[in-house]
Ligand binder design. Sequence first.
Ligand SMILES: NC(=O)c1ccc[n+]([C@@H]2O[C@H](COP(=O)([O-])OP(=O)(O)OC[C@H]3O[C@@H](n4cnc5c(N)ncnc54)[C@H](OP(=O)(O)O)[C@@H]3O)[C@@H](O)[C@H]2O)c1
Length: 268
Amino acid sequence: MSSNTKVVLVTGGSSGLGKSICLRLANAGHTVYGTSRKAKGEQVDGYSLIAMDVTDNASVQQAVEAVIAKAGRLDVLVNNAGLGIQGAVEDVTPELGQRLFDTNVWGPHRVSRAALPHMRDQGGGTIINISSVAANFGLPYRGFYSASKAALDRMSEALSTEVTRFGIKVVTVQPGEFNTTIGDSRLRPEVISEAHRPGYERAMEVLGGSMHYSRDPDELAQVVERIINDPKPKARYVVAQGMQKISILAKKLLPGRMFERKVRKHYE
Ligand SMILES: NC(=O)c1ccc[n+]([C@@H]2O[C@H](COP(=O)([O-])OP(=O)(O)OC[C@H]3O[C@@H](n4cnc5c(N)ncnc54)[C@H](OP(=O)(O)O)[C@@H]3O)[C@@H](O)[C@H]2O)c1
């Protein structure tokens, strides 16, 4: 293996952004392990797809140990596996919200905990957490998605300051909207209350329209490739364009209620 090629583990390597990351990194000559809950260790387009459920401690531990057993090290972990959720905050039950957090927050936490001792022993590594532009706002009818990604971002910041002394870099990537099938597996409350139905349905129409015209996942994979080749990556990368990017700045500059009105107008 050349010194520039790395051993990379990408959670959620079976579809969408994770698959694009696996394909791009494998093409560049890296040794890539993607994960899927359904995988059986098969080879797909130059990378291995191994079994992992990020909500299950034993499954996470097993998958990370399998990578170490096969490749001898783990240079880069991309915490990409994640779920969406839709529903008014009031309609989402605590149980449903917990399922989301188990995948989007405790998932990356579990996999990082399994990877960190190996990275520390080998004197370094990089953890890339795939967050979302949504982490910057409380998106209406996707409030728990925003909350889960905001929690992931804060956890990444803290982790970064704790592990930099071991030569481990932690990077947050906030994608805007990309053309994947994430909308199909979004968690949904069983009951949509009549009070919230009109606002919820309109917001889902707006969201459906923008997902349809969104961008190629390989653009995000290119950013991940740049990060792992950069000896000094930034703490955070926003991979978004137009309104999605401008909104982050607007949130910082505008008074809170004014920003809220703009968000409401967009979704109405
Ligand atoms: N698409 C976007 O516009 C967008 C924007 C911002 C952020 N993101 C974030 O990007 C990441 C990838 O999203 P995507 O759009 O590529 O979604 P996707 O196409 O639905 O892919 C999700 C991936 O996560 C895996 N996964 C889901 N639950 C899992 C679990 N419990 N354990 C292990 N793997 C699990 C799935 O694998 P299996 O089902 O095969 O197990 C799949 O490979 C997510 O964190 C998402 O929040 C996406």
